[in-house]
Design a protein around this ligand. Structure first.
Ligand SMILES: [Zn+2]
Length: 61
């Protein structure tokens, strides 16, 4: 029974991570990018894989 609970928790976690990596604007996946210019140069952030069609970005937490 404990094993079953652990597996269930793992699946929930994996699903959460998967869905939290989707763009809330267009549903495409987010990809880790590094800012190449601007004030945040060198910082990592998540950018929508549909860029430049979709310009959604999210900060890495
Ligand atoms: Zn998007």
């Amino acid at each position: 029974m404990n094993t079953e609970n652990k597996r269930c928790g793992w699946v929930k976690r994996a699903l959460f991570e998967f869905f939290s990596n989707l763009c809330p604007k267009c549903g495409s996946s987010l990809v880790l990018r590094v800012a190449k210019q601007g004030a945040n140069k060198g910082n990592e952030f998540y950018g929508c894989s549909a860029y430049p069609k979709c310009r959604h970005t999210a900060t890495v937490s």
